[in-house]
Unconditional design. Sequence first.
Length: 274
Amino acid sequence: MTIWCKVKASRYTAALLAGMIPSLVFAQATEVPPTPSPSRIIRVDPANVRVIDHLRLSTEELLDENFKFFDSSAMTVVDPHRLPNEIGRSQLYLEFVNTSKDTIMVDPNVTMAFFEGSTAIGLRHEWTMPSTIYPGEHVPMVFTGERFNKITEIKANWQPAKRAALPGPRPKLKVTIEKTDAGIGGGTLNFTYRYQYKYVTVFGRVLNESQSDVDEIRVWVSLYDAKDHLTGARYEELRVPALKPGESVPFQFDVKQHGANFARVAVIYDAEAQ
């Protein structure tokens, strides 16, 4: 057996050397690899990436080297004061004001911190802000949460927001207050404690003066006393169908008045064009 194996091996080797048996392994090993084509990828240094969680930027804005955010120093907090509600719980009333002369704040977002002395007070927004705040507009806000006697310091951390020039993206509506009626309401807490509160019924109308249909109309109504301090406010999304150009609808709702008697009413609005 040993001799036979040696003979077989020698014949196989001779056949390979003579080229009688093709060998794919040898052929593949002797193939010359093709020359790779030049790469079309151009490598550059990393760009400055804008990462903003709450704000969506368009492609044009991301690529625009001159793109700038709204200057948050133009937003001011005015007239912060405590107004207890009808059952004595603390509420903080204040207004956000766009002090810019010609720039609209788009998609505003703010984080608020409140302090009574060195103690942080946990308060939260009662409602949302408009999607745009125009120059000179006063947006009323109410904050509730922990009990407090007074607020000695407020820190407003405005998140990056886009800006727009006048006339801006908001459809043109004419919101008017037609009349107001003052009244007194009451209720019972825990079946034992009876309380009363003052309120103002506001009657108004919204007229679509734009060239497109408008829906998702929201209003912020503010009550001011004789010293022009905020004495009550309410946010409301109007449950009305989409308004065609030239159409109008009435609205009516009550605004609780926790401070001095009101002397005037102001309203701002937000809406979406279809």
